[in-house]
Design a protein around this ligand. Sequence first.
Ligand SMILES: Cc1ncc(COP(=O)(O)O)c(C=O)c1O
Length: 416
Amino acid sequence: MNDSSGILERERSFLLQTYNRYPVVLARGKGIFLYDLEGRRYLDFVAGLGVNALGHAHPRIVKIIREQAARAIHLSNLYYNEYQGQLAEKLCGLSGLPRAFFSNSGTEAIEGSIKLARLAGHRTGGESKSRLVALQGSYHGRTFGAMSLTGQEKYRKGFEPLLDDVKFVPQNNIEALRAAVDENTCAIVLEPIFGEGGVYECSVDFLQECRAAADRHRAALIFDEIQCGLGRTGNIFAFQTFGVMPDIVAIAKPIAAGLPLGAFLAREEFASAISPGQHGTTFGGGPLACRVALEYLAILEEEKLLENVVRVGNYLKEQLKLIVNRYAVAQEVRGRGLIQGLQLDVPARPLVEQALAEGVLFNSTQDSVLRFLPPFLLQEKHVDKGMRVLKKLLGKKRRKSSENPATSKTETAAPQ
Ligand SMILES: Cc1ncc(COP(=O)(O)O)c(C=O)c1O
């Protein structure tokens, strides 16, 4: 019963049915490729939903895990360990935000961020300074706090009541943002690039206005860079790409190369609002995850992977634009670096299923967006292979030569 069908059957019998999984058992990986139980190879444009930035079984990561596992996997936050402070120092240096807290997931990094913003808000403005402003169409995670900030009905429905002091504004709507933020706002929370929401970017103007509104009302500007951060835009932090500095940034996914680790980094003005005992975690900041994260950051630098993200990301964008020009169902390309989305006007999941049969892993979000979150090791030849498969699948839907792409396609805004 350990063949693929046995594994599928067992999961279907015993697991809470929260995922609509693809019918494949992935067993191992190497670099940019994954292999299923039967040994079939897949080119990976998903990277474990943005986690495996270094691909699979990177030799330096394997080595460091072996070494550290033989020393200490977990100690406790009751004590100091060799790597948590080092990792904090590194991330603080890279971000310019002077204090870090380590969690076990992205969602927990968001929870910690909003707890910090509430404490700081209460300190400056009393109990009433507790309102959170977030964006329609956003995604911040599955716990009650993170879900309360998530501006999409499908993630919230059935779980109410959520936090009630949350106001949502449409992405890139400066007027609505100005109207929503006041002296009772303790934080503005946003993803610089929506991930689950369908790869929509915040405009620089909008981000600057968020910065100004937060300053005006002494609220925290919190960037959720859990999906778009740590290299995916070509800079370590997406805020560096957009040129707007947050007060708190939440990160996770690729930081420990597949081990669960998240973090938030904060300016002193906010960080100083918390005292021992007000927040904590058993697992977060353990020596294994932190040492691996240090290795992740060293590999990014030494293998010049951010340059690769920019170069190959530009190439991917060009290729996707060619697809938009050529195929009727392909509407628009969004994103940058190695976080990009192709807007279709048909459901994307059937394409993902067909690509799987062709040996390529794509991902879909928001029903009709094909999302690309590949490892940072991606090369042009891998893009070519992925695009060949995509074109083959779109082939039957080819644009008629009489249609003019310039007149039939318009820019789309994030769904509100
Ligand atoms: C932007 C964003 N925020 C938060 C989360 C939640 O992170 P996690 O699943 O690690 O809890 C995700 C996960 O996809 C995300 O993309």
